[in-house]
Ligand binder design. Structure first.
Ligand code: ZN
Length: 267
């Protein structure tokens, strides 16, 4: 079970594992917590701009999510349908129904129900900073950890991460292909992204699933940040993004780390 914030988050950090384990016969469940209404609209119109119709964005992103799940052969898609909270500090953070505005215990109850229904051996979500500080990613982390605690069902729990050195490599490749790397607005306020290699417990080779992962991302081509990745082309994308990395934070199997399989100790 992978728990994600928005339609499209499943593609970049877990598209490879979802496809790989589905191919191995594992039942895969994707839980997407929000409806993605604060994403780009058709034609690239930005939230808050004229012509950005949240309902139309939601409908478009639902269809994209279904196509992505098709590409990754996800067995079950579950959507919690909270309203996308937008970036930290946006007025949408406090909107009624916004995920960020929903008590953790309330959303965790709904996720716990899904965990009891599917009984996943392995659960994957973000770290406590939601990897890069987006409120919905932080909230997805919080409700997942609360639901895991409540049910005690998963044998292993993982947080997605990226090796710090991958960012340098990524910037270099982007420069090579002439893509301007977008500067974050407040670079010095951003926490350091990713981890040094020795803090990463789990390295899963998903290069063989590169085509499916690229197709999953292509299904979400309405979003500017995905278009940016798609410009790499499938081959380079797979070279750069084909290894998916995680920190194991809960384990009842005793499988030694580093490990190269989320199901190590469970087979
Ligand atoms: Zn997201």
């Amino acid at each position: 079970m992978a728990v994600h914030a928005h339609p499209d988050d499943e593609a970049t950090s877990t598209g490879g594992i979802l496809a790989r384990y589905a191919a191995e016969g594992v039942t895969t469940v994707l839980v997407t917590c929000t409806d993605g209404r604060c994403g780009d609209g058709p034609g690239g119109v930005k939230p808050g701009d004229d012509g950005h119709d949240p309902q139309a964005v939601v409908a478009m992103r639902q269809a994209e999510l279904a196509a992505s799940c098709e590409a990754l052969k996800v067995t079950h898609l579950e959507t919690l349908d909270y309203a996308d909270s937008g970036m930290m500090g946006w007025a949408t953070n406090d909107a009624p129904g916004a995920f960020w505005n929903t008590p953790v215990a309330e959303a965790a109850d709904r996720l716990a129900e899904l965990i009891r229904r599917y009984r996943p051996d392995v659960v994957v979500t973000y770290d406590e900073n939601g990897f890069y500080g987006h409120p919905d990613h932080i909230q997805a982390h919080r409700i997942t950890m609360a639901a895991v605690e409540r049910t005690g069902i998963p044998a292993k729990v993982y947080w997605t991460t990226v090796p710090q050195r991958a960012f340098q490599e990524f910037g270099k490749v982007m420069q090579e292909i002439g893509v301007e790397f977008p500067e974050p607005d407040a670079a010095d306020e951003m926490p350091a992204l990713g981890l040094p290699d020795d803090e990463i417990t789990t390295w899963v080779d998903t290069r063989a699933q590169g085509g499916q992962k690229f197709a999953s991302l292509a299904a979400h081509a309405s979003q500017a940040e995905n278009i940016f990745f798609l410009r790499l082309g499938e081959e380079r994308f797979t070279e750069l993004m084909g290894m998916e990395t995680f920190v194991r934070v809960r384990d009842s199997t005793g499988a030694p780390t580093p490990e190269d399989d989320l199901f190590a100790g469970l087979r």
